[in-house]
Design a protein around this ligand. Structure first.
Ligand SMILES: [Cu+2]
Length: 467
């Protein structure tokens, strides 16, 4: 067993409690919660770092945690105090289309000085997040995101809660954010990987003291533009209880957690008194980053004797009611993903014209879906409400991707009909194929894209329509 000294040795210890990110309850139905985006001076990671010019909601990094009950109405006034248009996407919520926050598809972008009122019902309990959806690679990259937690209606008050938002940042030698988001073509291919990993904007290696003997639901959210977090649990009695917001029918035990961009993993954790455990970097990716100073611990946990009431039995979480897709007779949609520096994009349609590699490069397009770079005028498919759809994705690139469907959760299905858990974002290894199935039961125009935000900007976006 790790001793507390082992756990804390070599790390800048910063006590992290559930209060380290402010939890704000949006009070429906009468209350309108305000999210105001503005440029804000904020120190990222180590407190000795020079202030960064972040773009934040309500001057907080991450943005305020919005908590509502399942089935409640959420009303948020988004005020744009930035110098450029923006919008908010409510990631993973099976939302009414007009509230999905995608400029050019579901709403007009909100201009500087203007506001937009989001008003929707959160149908499913779980861990979600909100983020900017215009110029996303820069706006999310500069900090425009926050957690959205939908509590079970019969929520057990005896469970502790800790939301951990993971991100990475590229800092200069003084520790201030480099804002060259539009600078490099290279990033459209590789994605912007930061050199400094943070948890709730604090340095990695921090420790959370949790009351011993009490179950805690730890909600991990990957808010990074392009980094895939591969994490290992050490010395923690933890079960995976939810993925991408959806509670699992059966909790899973796994030492390794993989969070592609935008994915969430919920753990149920209980520590004994004096017990120390941690979540560490599983593949050495943090330690290759100069600014992380060989710290491999994402976050440590320490079980502390505190007289906090808990529940005795292992909590059981109810699954949300999502319509199962029917695989027999489902409409199959092929999606061929190509591009990137290893194989090249070749010729592609872009904004209605067939362009060659050089012309595409000038337009900063390096990826294509079915021969089309970025949003086509016609949808990938159009289908009737209630039909079952299988998208057969073929990643013919030398890169990993994280494919996200708006407005729906889906299951990865294998050729023998085996179905994975509900997800809204799926990790795809390089040169791999994967089929996802869902019931198209939410009418409207929905984006379908890679959530490596530079990949999306560089061509990996399409859309579909449910009529
Ligand atoms: Cu991608």
């Amino acid at each position: 067993m790790l001793s507390r000294r082992d756990l804390l040795r070599g790390a800048t210890t910063l006590l992290m409690t559930p209060a380290s990110i402010r939890q704000v309850r949006a009070e429906p139905p009468s209350g309108m919660f305000e999210l105001r985006a503005s440029q804000t001076g904020h120190r990222v990671g180590d407190p000795s770092n020079a202030p960064s010019r972040l773009w934040l909601y309500n001057a907080q990094s991450p943005g305020p945690e919005i908590r509502v009950k399942k089935g409640q109405r959420v009303r948020v006034r988004f005020v744009n105090d930035l110098d450029e248009p923006s919008s908010i996407h409510w990631h993973g919520i099976r939302i009414a289309n007009a509230m999905d926050g995608v400029p050019g598809l579901t709403q007009e972008p909100v201009q500087p000085g203007e506001h937009f009122d989001y008003d929707f019902v959160a149908p499913d309990a779980g861990t979600y997040w909100y983020h900017a959806h215009n110029h996303s690679w820069a706006q999310v990259g500069r900090g425009l995101y926050g957690p959205l937690i939908v509590e079970e209606s019969d929520y057990l008050s005896g469970i502790g809660e800790l939301t951990l938002v993971l991100d990475d940042w590229r800092l200069d030698s003084a520790g201030s954010l480099l804002t060259d988001f539009d600078g490099y073509m290279r990033e459209k291919q590789f994605g912007r990987i930061g050199d400094t990993v943070t948890v709730n904007s604090l340095p990695i290696g921090s420790t959370a003291r949790l009351p011993a003997g009490r179950f805690h639901r730890i909600r991990l959210i990957n808010a990074a533009n392009a980094r895939i977090f591969r994490l290992r649990l050490r010395n923690i009695d933890a079960r995976i209880v939810a993925l991408d917001g959806q509670n699992l029918d059966r909790p899973q035990i796994s030492e390794i957690l993989v969070l592609a961009p935008a994915q969430r993993v919920d753990l149920m954790v209980r520590l004994r008194s004096g017990e120390a455990g941690l979540i560490e970097d599983a593949d050495g990716a943090f330690t290759t980053d100069s600014r992380n100073e060989n710290r491999a611990t994402l976050i440590g946990f320490f079980g502390e004797d505190r007289n906090v009431p808990g529940i005795s039995g292992r909590p059981r979480l109810q699954a949300n009611p999502i319509a199962e897709p029917a695989l027999q007779g489902a409409q199959h949609i092929p999606l061929v993903m190509e591009g990137g520096s290893l194989s090249g994009i070749g010729l592609a349609m872009y904004n209605g014209s067939l362009l060659d590699t050089m012309e595409l490069a000038a337009a900063r397009q390096v990826w294509k879906f079915n021969g089309i770079a970025n949003l086509p005028t016609e949808p990938l498919f159009r289908t009737e409400r209630g039909s079952s759809v299988v998208i057969d994705m073929h990643n013919r690139t030398g890169f990993e991707h994280a494919m996200h469907v708006h407005g729906h959760h889906f299951k990865v299905v294998s050729s023998d009909g085996t179905r994975g858990p509900w997800r809204d974002t799926t990790y795809m290894p390089a040169q791999s194929s994967q089929s996802i199935a869902f019931c198209a039961d939410n009418p409207g125009k929905w984006l379908f894209h890679c959530h490596m935000l530079e990949h999306a900007a560089g061509g990996m976006r399409t859309w579909f329509e449910i009529v």
